[in-house]
Design a protein around this ligand. Sequence first.
Ligand SMILES: O=P(O)(O)OC[C@H]1O[C@H](OP(=O)(O)OP(=O)(O)O)[C@H](O)[C@@H]1O
Length: 183
Amino acid sequence: MLERLIQSLEASPITKRGEYNYFIHPITDGVPLLEPDLLREIGCAMVRCLDLEGVDKIVVCEAMGIHIGVGLSLMTDIPLVVVRKRPYGLPGEVAVHQTTGYSKGELYLNGIEAGDRVVIVDDVCSTGGTMRALIGAIESTGAEIADICVVVGRGDEEIGRPLKVLVKIEVSETRVRVVDTCF
Ligand SMILES: O=P(O)(O)OC[C@H]1O[C@H](OP(=O)(O)OP(=O)(O)O)[C@H](O)[C@@H]1O
């Protein structure tokens, strides 16, 4: 079911960001271009993988969670919340600090209320810093997190909850190797 994703991941170029071996792939970087077949494959896999029972909102993080969330929202009719990297100052906005393997920043959550049942989806989970920040922000609103799924998992960082991963990879200085898949 995930042939396109697996094949394209294993063809990813690697670049260094400090000490971090950064793989470049259409799903995680938007370049060189996103093929509809690949987006559809991922959308179908996410629908199959996630517990969407009674879910009110899909939460994604700017920027590279957005296309994943849009696909899932169109397939499920569940509204989408985009966590932004700049503040809007709206009532109830939650600010949270994000640290990844190669960067630091602030995230701003709007549109989630106490009692909401949500799923989080993202392109990749690496150090888990972004996912931990998202979980903390959502929990602080009193919403319930029904499920979490990422397209690509690299590393085994603890996020304090079960994490569903479509494809697990290892990244060396020269290549990506797919080591497990969810189906
Ligand atoms: O597990 P982590 O180490 O936190 O890494 C994963 C995060 O890193 C990337 O986001 P990034 O902040 O680079 O922004 P982008 O989506 O704009 O590329 C990616 O989209 C994830 O959200």
